[in-house]
Design a protein around this ligand. Structure first.
Ligand code: 3HC
Length: 677
């Protein structure tokens, strides 16, 4: 090896067993130098006549967790992965993979060319490539059906969900479970015991199982996989394994893999993989920032948001004190939490005793004074600045020194809220998305005076409760809702000019969103933010609200709904729109789907560019994370800012100018340079 090559693979000998050890922190990804090291050391172990069997294991936290994703899309370097794997599989002496941590993707494919697999019970094995818009590109789709059968192979590749080692043992993916603390020794003993039996190349084993499962999986997952290419490509490869000789199957897999690898969906999904991890990093945070200890949480408000927020902490064993103003509201809130947990328990997500444990660490109270021992207090009452300031003023007198005071506001000025206290350094926003126990996004709003350690603690606690936390600056609607606004305004303008709610929504759903602007409005409540004066009718929305068309909850909004909440286009809404058009003297015209994209999605990119240049988001990829996890932007389009690059920022600017928008200078800059964000 040349001098610059990092030494990430080494070899030791234990009598007649060679032990090859990969050490490439943090996750032992198959970087080019790991492939090189595997090639060199396997060649040496095979050539050494005193070696009768070979064990492959990893140092550190995990077995190989996959290909090195950061190498994707870059010029190839080092030996070809498939060639390395083929030579391991062809070893004339038994090769045993010793697995701990996570054997994922290329890591599991490496384990599959080993002739046997030994794993500790806590290990997990899987092929998550589909989640990166890919498929196992190093024989995984051809070898898995030979080891675990078509059904398990099709499920594992198309869902990407890993299996615990105990389950992997049941289906034959793991040959023996090792002791949690004796993997290295157990694997060596296992290898030695297999010397007589010799190698067992996976490629020579027959594919087994029923191919019918492939169509069943497609039907069962039709909704979840809508718009995605990768799950179908994974299944096509497993199906190919059932009818093609091994090498032809491998060639088919390669072809499918390359197609995905150079397509936009995988580029988008890989972008989001790194974006999600990048989001956790806070710019300008001193390296030695100490986190505050969060042992107990207070939540103010036991409504939908407060209840959902509380559930996140209870599930992680963190006690919550929840405050309401009236006993009946408090009882109702606690009842809803209990009901939600019971429903989850009925589906097998929790054991009944776990539900009791979680409810056991929830303390309901009518007194704010009971929050005195909380380390983090989250206010989740309705959006009213005066009410929030009043609460924060009271908290200032009650909360212990160092407690973080958070507002679950979705629009309001956190700096102004902080003025109600004598400790603005402890104040920040924690904007959860509804339903708060389900949605993964958390916007952590950094006030002008928020202390770095308070911010870092809020981000860390977000991660602890399973959220993807993103830092946002103080502005109207922060990142997500601020970008929603121009979309909503244009959607309404389009109605005036001739589009129907159903047409606009269909364009968004076809784009890959879970629902369009009007479906969203009906779900959330058309009346949110309405002035509540039925005689003041200035907009189409005012007219809908005045007639009680408040959305799904009233079985009428932009759509009509039947008892099962199935929507249908509303003649009454069409009539209202027509009246507004007549009054404004607007002539109805045909609106193309392309125009809907240009006028509802391009302005979001424009707003994103403003948010970025104002420093309200730390980086473009944070905006993408917000829209993927908070609003269901299709992950295969990588979020609005990544998508802008795919679409072409020059094309976006040209269209925005044509439609009369003021284009953000940053977006113009990108367009002139013909780059994305
Ligand atoms: N390549 C490059 N970097 C990787 C990586 C990979 N496969 N997997 C993780 N990393 C990096 C992360 O970006 C992160 O870097 P950072 O510290 O600079 O942000 C660091 O490793 C630690 O990762 P996590 O924060 O995710 O650590 P966790 O302990 O929470 O999780 C894990 C570990 C379960 C291994 C998780 O990282 C993971 O799921 N990784 C991806 C696994 C995967 O998708 N493998 C398949 C790759 S594609 C493939 O193999 C193609 C083949 O078929 C040819």
């Amino acid at each position: 090896m040349s001098e610059e090559t990092p030494v990430s693979v080494t070899m030791e000998k234990d009598g007649d067993v060679a032990v090859i050890i990969v050490n490439n922190p943090p996750v032992n990804a198959l970087s080019w130098h790991v492939r090189q090291g595997l090639e060199d050391h396997f060649a040496a172990a095979i050539a050494d006549d005193s070696v009768k069997a070979i064990v492959l294991r990893c140092a550190g936290a995990t077995f190989i967790a996959g290909a090195d994703i950061s190498e994707f899309g870059k010029p190839p370097r080092g030996p070809d992965f498939n060639a390395v794997l083929n030579s391991i599989e062809a070893a004339p002496k038994p090769v045993v993979a010793a697995i701990h941590g996570t054997a994922l993707g290329g890591g599991l494919e490496t384990a599959l060319v080993c002739h046997y697999r030994v794993a500790v019970p806590s290990a997990k094995l899987g092929v998550p490539e589909v989640k990166l818009g890919l498929l196992p590109g190093a024989g995984g789709t051809q070898r898995l059906p030979r080891v675990v059968g078509v059904e398990a192979a099709a499920t594992m590749t198309s869902t990407g969900d890993p299996l615990p080692a105990t389950k992997a043992k049941e289906i034959g993916l793991v040959d023996e479970l090792a002791g949690e603390d004796s993997l290295a020794a157990d694997a060596i003993a296992f290898a030695r015991a297999k010397i007589a039996a010799g190698p067992r190349p996976t490629r020579e084993r027959p594919v087994f199982g029923d191919v019918a499962v492939i169509e069943q999986l497609k039907t069962a997952n039709a909704k979840r996989w809508r718009g995605f290419e990768a799950p179908y490509a994974n299944l096509a490869c497993v199906e190919a394994a059932t009818r093609l000789p091994f090498d032809e199957g491998l060639a088919f897999e390669r072809e499918q893999f390359m197609k995905l690898m150079f397509g936009s969906q995988s580029a988008a999904q890989r972008h989001i993989f790194f974006a999600e991890r990048q989001a956790a990093k806070i710019d300008g945070l001193p390296k030695d920032t100490q986190l505050r200890d969060i042992k107990k949480v207070g939540v103010i408000g036991a409504g939908t948001m407060g209840g959902g927020i509380s559930m996140n902490f209870l599930q992680k064993g963190i006690p919550v004190t929840i405050v309401e103003m009236q006993q009946d509201a408090l009882d109702r809130g606690i009842g809803v939490i209990r009901k939600n947990y019971d429903a989850s328990a009925a589906k097998g997500r929790f054991k009944p005793e776990q539900v009791d444990q979680m409810m056991g660490i929830l303390t309901p109270t009518l007194s704010l004074d009971d929050l005195a021992d909380c380390d983090l207090i989250i206010e989740a009452v309705y959006e009213d600045m005066d009410v929030k300031k009043d609460i924060f003023g009271k908290l200032d007198a009650i909360a212990k020194p160092g407690a973080i005071l958070a507002s679950n506001t979705s629009y309001l000025d956190v700096d102004e809220i902080a003025t109600a206290t004598s400790r603005p350094g402890d104040v920040l926003g924690m904007h959860f998305f509804s339903p708060a126990n389900v949605m993964k996004l958390l916007e952590v709003v950094r006030g002008e005076k928020t202390a770095p350690d308070a911010l870092a603690t809020a981000m860390a606690i977000g991660k602890k409760i399973g959220k993807v936390a993103v830092v946002a600056g103080v502005c109207d609607g922060f990142i997500g809702n601020r970008m929603l606004k121009p979309r909503q305004v244009e959607a309404m303008n389009l109605l005036m000019e001739g589009a129907t709610p159903a047409q606009v929504d269909k364009v968004h759903v076809d784009f890959g969103m879970p629902m369009g602007p009007f479906q969203m409005s009906d779900l959330a409540g058309v009346d949110i933010g309405w002035h509540r004066d039925p005689n003041r009718i200035e907009t189409i929305r005012d007219a809908l609200c005045a007639e009680g068309r408040w959305g799904q909850k009233k079985q009428a909004g932009f759509y009509d709904y039947d008892d099962k909440r199935t929507p249908s286009e509303s003649a009454r809404v069409a009539e209202i729109i027509e009246q507004f058009r007549a009054k404004a003297g607007v002539e109805k015209r045909a609106i193309s789907d392309q125009e809907i994209i240009e006028r509802t999605l391009y302005p979001m990119v424009n707003e994103g560019a403003l948010i970025l240049s104002e420093g309200k988001a730390q980086r473009a990829s944070d905006i993408d994370v917000v829209w993927i996890y908070g609003y269901g932007w299709p992950v295969y389009r990588g979020g609005p800012m990544f998508w802008a690059g795919l679409e072409g920022t020059d094309k976006i600017v040209a269209a925005l100018e044509q439609h009369g928008f003021t284009v953000a200078p940053l977006l113009k800059e990108k367009a002139e340079a013909k780059t994305g964000f």
